[in-house]
Design a protein around this ligand. Structure first.
Ligand SMILES: [Zn+2]
Length: 510
């Protein structure tokens, strides 16, 4: 196995899990079929190290779940359709199929296997194209299309293998409350979530999803929630959150492993997120996180319910893991006022824990401040949050959809975005330009004094050439023997006749 490769893990068995009583339910098999197809079209999967699928074990699941929950999941295999439908109503936003149990264990096994391969240095990074998703699956309760918390368990597994600091970035548009609860007092795991919140009115409608829930005990500061209180937000808003909070804190935390709860439901066209993030932006998000943890990044699929933007977002994430250049996003607009306020609110509560946030002041005097909510603390008045006490006995599963004209408009926009991306990728990725005749250059004035510092510097030209693994680092290496003097290019900057007292070029640093 190539330790510098990108792993990819998938098993078509996971398409068997589906909601049999609501046709085209949002959490559907096409959510992995379409990304797989798109990645194949772009030849991405053949460029990855394909890992054999694997099934999770009870021992793994017990790292995050009760025995009771595991037994309940296994028992669903024996239920008939009526019993499955009835059992589903006990849980918030959930359905069971006779193959749900099997698929949940495959999703878990694939996730843990990918993480194992990365922490054992067998591959550099990787993508787990799995479903059902996991970040809402609680210790003793299924929730929000999730049965076993794939990422939460994989993090616990990595800790048990000796990894000391893990950054979990959850950019799924829903708050991964289960992962937050699991590591709320654990400073070994920094949980960072960007999620649609609308001051508590968006699912899962929890008070705990707001920015002032920062961890507790030794885990204080290691839980960072960035609530999005508006819909229609774009990559500009997400990149502002990366630039102002996530990356400064991540560098200070210095993780040894990065796990991404990678939902694509903030991408353009998703009926659940109702955001407008370009699928191409996921390459940028992934690229930024690749600078951490010696590149050890595992990306694990969570949500994403617009099949086209999901497939494209997955493809761009994998392209970034493979080291392809990030696509041009065009000029970015400033972040929206709502996101600027959320960023400053996060800085307000986290600057005590993270020194890299302290240079950012978060507000002027309340009367002069553009963001009046910076001077108050949540919650806003009149919001009814979801609590254990006010849960209904029977949950009705509903399918989120967008009006047809909005679907068509998003589809058109996505097609334009996809078509505007260049398809021609240079065959040579990195080249070194080197001419052996440069070795003949000597400093005669110093030679007369029996010393030539330039002669001492000559071996510099051989450093790259003689490096043992140069041909792997710079592939392929090009040696260009230049006879011509490139005079037209030289004249763009220099004169033909040297003056006795040459004036330095304007703005020269010499
Ligand atoms: Zn989601």
């Amino acid at each position: 196995m190539d330790s510098n490769s990108t792993g990819f893990i998938y098993n078509p068995e996971m398409t068997k899990h589906e909601c049999f009583w609501i046709p085209d339910f949002t959490e559907q098999p096409q959510r992995v079929i379409q990304p797989f197809k798109r990645c194949n079209e772009l030849n991405l999967i053949e460029r990855c190290q394909q890992l054999d699928s694997c099934v999770g074990t009870e021992e793994m699941a017990l790292l995050q779940h009760s025995k009771n929950l595991i037994d309940s999941l296994i028992k669903t295999e024996e239920m008939d359709n009526e019993e499955l439908k009835e059992f589903s109503t006990k849980y918030d936003s959930l359905y069971f199929h006779k193959d749900t149990n099997k698929c949940a264990w495959i999703a878990l096994g694939c996730t843990v296997k990918l993480v194992d391969k990365v922490i054992e240095n067998e591959i550099r990074n990787g993508f787990a194209l799995v479903r059902p998703p996991g970040h809402h699956a609680l210790y003793n309760e299924f929730c929000g299309y999730c049965y076993l918390n794939n990422v939460g368990i994989a993090a616990a597994h990595a800790l048990s293998k000796g990894v000391e600091r893990i950054l979990i970035v959850d950019w799924d548009v829903h708050h991964g409350q289960a992962t937050q609860y699991s590591y709320y007092d654990d400073p070994r795991v920094l949980y960072f979530s960007i999620h649609r919140y609308q001051n508590g009115q968006f699912w899962p409608c929890l008070r705990q999803s707001d920015y002032d829930f920062v961890g507790k005990g030794p885990g204080l500061g290691f839980n960072i929630n960035v609530p999005l209180n508006k819909i229609g937000l774009t990559e500009s808003d997400y990149l502002a959150i990366f630039h102002h909070i996530l990356m400064p804190v991540a560098y200070e935390f210095d993780p040894q492993l990065v796990l991404i709860s990678s939902g694509y439901d903030a991408a353009l066209g998703c009926p659940e997120g109702q955001m407008s993030v370009s699928p191409m932006a996921y390459a940028h998000f992934t690229h930024m996180l690749s600078t951490l943890a010696n590149g050890k990044i595992c990306t694990i699929l969570e949500g994403g319910y617009c099949l086209k933007s999901l497939a494209e977002g997955v493809a761009y994430s994998i392209k970034s893991l493979l080291g392809d250049p990030c696509p041009d996003l065009g000029p970015l607009a400033p972040p929206s006022d709502s996101v600027a306020e959320s960023i400053l609110n996060v800085i307000k509560v986290h600057r005590n824990y993270w020194s890299r946030l302290r240079h950012q002041s978060y507000g002027q005097h309340p009367d002069e401040c553009a963001y009046p909510d910076l001077w108050t603390m949540p919650p806003k008045e009149g919001i009814i949050f979801c609590t254990e006490e006010n849960q209904p006995d029977v949950h009705i599963l509903t399918n989120e959809t967008l009006p047809l004209e909005e679907v068509e408009m998003c589809d058109k926009q996505l097609n334009e975005m996809i078509q505007s991306q260049p398809t021609d990728v240079p065959t040579i990725r990195t080249a070194v330009c080197f001419d052996p005749s440069m070795e003949t250059f000597k400093d005669l004035s110093h030679k007369l004094q029996g010393f030539s510092r330039f002669q001492k510097l000559l071996p510099r030209l051989h450093v790259i050439e003689n490096t043992d693994n140069a041909s792997e680092l710079v592939h392929p290496m090009i040696e260009r023997k230049t006879e011509e003097r490139c005079q037209p290019q030289i004249l763009l900057y220099h004169s033909t006749t040297p003056s006795s007292t040459p004036a330095p070029p304007k703005n020269s640093l010499c």
